[in-house]
Design a binder for this molecule. Sequence first.
Ligand SMILES: [Zn+2]
Length: 319
Amino acid sequence: MFEKFPKIELHLHLDGSVRVETVTELLHTNDDISSFMIAPSRCKNLDEYLTKFQMPIDVMQTSSNLERIAFELAEDLEKDNVIYAEVRFAPMFHTKKGLSMKKVIQDVLRGFHRGNVHINLILCMMRGEDFSTNKEVIDLACQFYHSGVCAVDLAGSEAKYPVMLYKDLFSYAKEKGIPFTIHAGEAASYSSVRNALQLGASRIGHGIHAIEDDSLIRDLCEKKILLEVCPTSNVQTHVVSSYEEHPISLLSHLGVLVHVNTDNRTVSNITLTDEYEKLFKAFSFTKEDFIKMNKDAIACSFLSLEEKQKLYTSFLSQL
Ligand SMILES: [Zn+2]
């Protein structure tokens, strides 16, 4: 029903979206490795979900593998009729065999450029990583800004590492003029979203715990901060108890800008088309709802004003 609908995707992890067949081939195995890469529909907890990233990360350590995996994601996005994507990953996870973070970024961008979908990278800083490595991520974002990289993010265990521990890094990003989104209000409470706003986040990854606080809802509406929502992933990691209880519909009715994303196409075993169908079934989201959602996503993307206008025209022409 929504296959042909033109889609924008803003919250998508490269290492969670690697084809199972590709990893099977790169590991030279005949075993069925799908259970190592695809999470069950209900994990025991977030930790179980996170174990599914290990195998793809193990093979994403050479230039040719990184380029191939990036290109294949571009192909998968094209099939899903995604017309613009902001794909994120943490370059420090791919240096185990000696590649520099800079080379890792170049390899991934080369893969994207071979595809037919306009893709920008968001570089993830990691919770629990040391200050200097995360600072280097911001410096690399500066080097590649407007040439393949559009922003930085903070990912990893939100419960263990509160966002305020990273205050100095976000001040540095601001000083350098690099915009950022932050994973917040997924595994921690609404106060994590409030803190992310205080630090200057332009968007929030997940952010669904904002539903617990009225004044925060008002702030999100006033500042037009978009929540990058990933409902299937939230059900899998027990952030919400069922799809029907997900707050995306309520947040949207309250006037918060929400946008639906897959988070991880392989780990969550989902396409964006599937996710639209699920919202249609659970909350009767209409085509008009998805049009609004994608218009908001374009407005809140990390593109330049000129690029946003071009994408907007292209989006409308494909409806
Ligand atoms: Zn995420």
